[in-house]
Design a protein around this ligand. Structure first.
Ligand code: PLP
Length: 401
């Protein structure tokens, strides 16, 4: 389970990384500046670069490539054990660019409880590119076989999913997908590369909303992708420039700074989340808790096999209804009622009326997103303080039922 065991997970016969995760997080793409010796490479805001002779340059134009983005992309590739890394203006821009690699007439299979914005893109935007999607429950990877068509090109999965933390077996899905010649894309946002490296488990491309754990400080919107497939990489590199949904150098600088503490943050997120999950599970004010690190999670064994830690996200059903949940969310003193996740500060939200309000009541019901389901992004504050805050808000919210 420890990151020291990373090497055991190299399923694709690649060379193991020479350094451990923390060393790579701090040093990959972070060489001191060769001109000034600055230990931290400077922020380069220039949109254009002087050419020594026509066509003789390191960087040409900032949308195509620039120093801060290149440094960040190197770090992302290192942490995801990939040859190629890419940064985009948001996680959603990453999704859009990746789906643009498909030809019109292509078919995509997506896990059914995919991130809402990905569902919206596949359902409402990709159609105009001539790309059709089928949403499939992949709790059993075998379900993939029946959904494959002659024109299927890509499988899109997320694990754990949001907000009910279902897992998809990446090894099993990749094996079936590769038999059929499909690309496997994994949205790894919820765990970050610290706890899961999908490429080592057989996936072809890994994507993240770097807005979440990778930047980790709730002050940058960004997306990243990484792959070992040269052909796919060259298509994505072309589209990154051609579509131009790229992040600013400043945001790249910030996200790269965030990465340097990713290992420290993720350990604390997971330690706090485990404590909060165990506390909630024994609380008389709680009906149920969903966290992959609990024995009660239906896929706990898969979690132990596939992940190197259980992450910082959990959901629970408070005893009561949507009003009880709303009272809880208003009465926490430390935990902030807000969307998004993955920052150092703890956040809580009500999926049924916030992040997942766009789904129909039937769809929410099918996914287990009940009106009393509260999602917590457990931050890296002192665990005792988080438990005390949750205890007082629970007691107070349920007392008024
Ligand atoms: C937030 C999120 C996205 C979208 O990323 P943005 O940076 O908000 O565009 C995609 N996938 C998951 C799992 C997310 O949590």
């Amino acid at each position: 389970m420890s990151p020291a065991n990373t090497k055991n997970l190299y399923a694709n016969g690649q060379e193991p990384a020479r350094y451990g995760f923390g060393t790579l997080a701090i040093h990959a793409g972070a060489e001191p500046d060769p001109h000034t010796g600055a230990v931290i490479p400077p922020l380069s805001l220039s949109t254009t670069f002087k050419q020594r002779a026509v066509g003789d340059f390191v960087y040409e134009y900032s949308r195509s490539d620039n120093p801060n983005r290149a440094h960040l992309e190197t770090a992302i590739a290192a942490l995801e054990h990939a040859k190629h890394g890419f940064a985009f203006a948001s996680g959603s821009a990453t999704t859009a660019t990746v789906l643009n690699t498909l030809q019109p007439g292509s078919h995509v299979i997506s896990v059914n409880d995919v991130y809402g914005g990905t569902h919206r893109y596949l359902n409402k935007v990709a159609g105009s590119l001539g790309v059709e999607t089928t949403f499939v429950d992949l709790a059993d990877a075998e379900n993939l076989r029946d959904a494959v068509r002659e024109n299927t090109k890509m499988v899109w999965i997320e694990t754990p999913t949001n907000p009910t933390l279902r897992l998809v077996d990446i090894v099993a899905v990749s094996a079936i997908a590769h038999e059929a010649g499909l690309y496997v894309v994994v949205d790894n946002t919820f765990l970050s590369p610290y706890f899961q490296n999908p490429l080592d488990l057989g996936a072809d491309l890994v994507v993240h909303s770097a807005t979440k754990y990778i930047n980790g400080h709730s002050d940058v919107v960004m997306g990243v992708a990484a792959t070992n497939d040269d052909a796919l990489a060259s298509k994505i590199r072309f589209l990154q420039n051609a579509i131009g949904a790229v992040p600013s150098p400043f945001d790249c600088y910030q996200a790269h700074r965030g990465i340097k503490t990713l290992h420290l943050r993720m350990r604390q997120h997971a330690e706090n989340a485990q404590r909060v999950a165990e506390f909630l599970e024994q609380s008389p004010y709680v009906d149920s808790v969903v966290y992959p690190g609990l024995q009660s999670h239906p896929q706990h064994e898969l979690a132990k096999r596939q992940m190197r830690g259980f992450g910082g996200m959990l959901s629970f059903r408070i005893k009561g209804d949507t009003n009880t949940a709303d009272r809880f969310l208003q009465r926490t003193a430390l935990i902030t009622l807000a969307e998004s996740l993955g920052g150092v500060e703890s956040l809580a939200e009500l999926p049924a009326r916030m992040t997942h309000a766009g789904l129909s009541p039937e769809e929410r019901n099918e996914l287990g997103i009940t009106d009393n389901l509260i999602r917590l992004s457990v931050g890296v504050e002192d665990g005792d303080d988080l438990l005390a805050d949750i205890a007082q808000a629970l007691a107070s919210a349920v007392a008024d039922n």
